[in-house]
Design a protein. Structure first.
Length: 133
């Protein structure tokens, strides 16, 4: 899938955001290695700790559908600047994607920046950190 089409999916997903408290909408579009696209939006809760980010919504939808390998994710928010994933979302992405996952921070289809999960989460905590030496 071409990057502009993936960006449009994230922008469309943002329209479904449930944000009665922050009024800050975020949309994400996750491209799997099988070519499927899963979208997500942020879903707030009055108990802010129960809020779920757009990126995790997309990942959880994909994983619950049996997908485990990701190629790219687009993130689009309302504030008019590149919006990187939060730390929790970076860690969740690292569970299912390798460090070369393309993370596309998009303002619109013409204004975007491509980075990688490795650049955003160097030294990620992984399964190797759980093994006894």
């Amino acid at each position: 899938m071409e990057i502009p089409a993936l960006i449009m999916k994230a922008i469309e997903a943002k329209e479904q955001a449930y944000v009665p408290y922050s009024h800050f909408r975020v949309g994400a579009a996750l491209l799997t290695k099988s070519g499927k696209v899963y979208t997500g939006c942020n879903i707030e809760n009055v108990s802010f700790g129960a809020t779920n980010c757009a990126e995790r919504t997309a990942v959880f939808k994909a994983v619950s559908d049996g997908e485990r390998e990701f190629e790219a994710i687009v993130i689009n928010g309302d504030h008019g600047d590149y919006l990187p994933p939060c730390g929790i979302c970076r860690q969740v992405l690292s569970e299912f994607a390798d460090a070369s996952l393309q993370v596309i921070l998009a303002n619109n289809v013409e204004d975007y920046k491509i980075t990688t999960l490795e650049e955003l989460l160097p030294g990620a905590f992984g399964v190797e950190n759980l093994q006894k030496k």
